[in-house]
Design a protein around this ligand. Structure first.
Ligand SMILES: Nc1ncnc2c1ncn2[C@@H]1O[C@H](COP(=O)(O)OP(=O)(O)OP(=O)(O)O)[C@@H](O)[C@H]1O
Length: 368
């Protein structure tokens, strides 16, 4: 196995006596873009600052290419880590031109002009090298910050909420562009965000943090389809939990009928479980005996997200193609088509939903 570019091994860090990040272990492969995702205050930025060398650690280690950068006893200075950083607020030098900003970290290099020209072209700012930061848009300033961080050819790039000062469409476009730029150069990076869509669009591996504890480090696909904990299931994507009972190792009986799982589950036969149903796990089927009433609908263009109620009162969400145009009050036929059936031992409450205030969902899952 090749050495990961970045290894966090049982990392512990915090402020004073307060431990913020606890037993955090992550391996980032060379060329991958990783992400730390989680609610406000869960310790994402603290972890990133510890990797950059701005914060000491109280336990475990941080290794780059197998060499220790931080342990509880020793800390390599930030400027000697070969790590570049891109900040939320760009942090450009206002009195330096765009080209001077980009060349700042390599001012003694004989290749400076060539590197700056190449990077300006890479971030599509080749005509704006003489401008000053205040003469640029937010998106352009963040591209300058990215080029500046890449100029010294770091082994790892850290990006702290890099798109959060930008809005909507620009944010989406720039995040896709940044992924392309990093991938075109094979740069390994770690990003911090609380925006799940951004994490999924940009990153190869995502770590979901809750209260400084890693819940799961996995691909976006697995986080969505195979969440390891109820917290990850609630935090990532939409969905409802409904109550079921294990009927056999791979089937569960629910009020929607017996649902076939895609594996054997460890819960004993007859035990109560919470079954995660995403909106795309339910498909419309006019001939199905399973009926539900439309409560609400959100038109999304190619699809419509319906909130549905079963005769038992249980509510679910379903995503149907928008040519099937149902109105509130209509009755629709339903079928479960969950390729990845996610079950957890019953938590004592049902119908947890991501649209409830997050605290409510999390409190209900406190024992996870
Ligand atoms: N310099 C500091 N001194 C003391 N406590 C701090 C300091 N910086 C952060 N904290 C606390 O550490 C915890 C984690 O903060 P951190 O900034 O790492 O969270 P985060 O996950 O990045 O949150 P956000 O998404 O809101 O930026 C919070 O409770 C915060 O109040």
């Amino acid at each position: 196995m090749t050495t990961p570019v970045l290894e966090l091994d049982s990392l512990e860090c915090g402020y004073g006596q307060q431990l913020i990040v606890n037993a955090l272990s992550i391996h980032l492969r060379e060329g991958d873009i990783g992400c730390l995702l989680g609610p406000s205050g869960c310790g994402k930025t603290t972890t990133l600052r510890a990797i950059a060398g701005f914060e000491p650690i109280s336990g475990g280690s941080i290794l780059l290419d197998g060499k220790a950068l931080s342990t509880a006893q020793h800390r390599v200075a930030p400027e000697q880590r070969q790590i570049g950083m891109v900040f939320q607020d760009y942090a450009l030098f206002p009195h330096l031109s765009v080209a001077e900003n980009v060349g700042f970290g390599i001012h003694t290099s004989p290749d400076r002009k060539r590197v700056v020209d190449e990077l300006l072209s890479l971030v599509k700012l080749d005509k704006l090298g003489r401008r000053y930061p205040h003469e640029l848009s937010g998106g352009q300033q963040q591209r300058v910050a990215l080029a500046r961080a890449m100029a010294p050819n770091p082994r790892l790039l850290l990006l702290d909420e890099p798109f959060s000062n930008l809005d909507g469409e620009l944010r989406r476009r720039l995040s896709a562009e940044v992924r392309d730029i990093l991938k075109s150069r094979g740069i390994s990076a770690m990003l911090v965000t609380h925006d799940q869509a951004e994490a999924f669009a940009v990153c190869d591996q995502v770590g979901v943090l809750k209260d400084g504890h890693l819940q799961q480090w996995d691909t976006p696909y697995n986080l969505y389809h195979e969440p390891a904990t109820p917290f990850v299931a609630s935090f990532i994507g939409q969905g409802y939990f409904i109550r079921g009972h294990m009927q056999a190792r791979d089937t569960v009986a629910t009020e929607l009928g017996v649902i076939q799982g895609n594996r054997a589950y460890p819960m004993p036969e007859g035990s109560p479980v919470d079954v995660l149903l995403r909106p795309d796990d339910l498909v419309g089927d006019a001939s199905s005996a399973l009926r539900a009433r439309v409560i609400d609908r959100t038109f999304q263009g190619a699809t419509i997200l319906y909130r549905l109620q079963l005769s038992t009162g249980t509510q679910l969400e379903a995503l149907f193609p928008s040519h099937a145009d149902h109105q509130p009050g209509d009755e629709v036929g339903l079928r479960v088509a969950a390729e990845h059936l996610v079950l957890f031992p019953a938590q004592g409450s049902v119908n947890l939903h991501a649209q409830l205030p997050l605290e409510q969902v999390l409190n209900a899952n406190q024992s996870a």
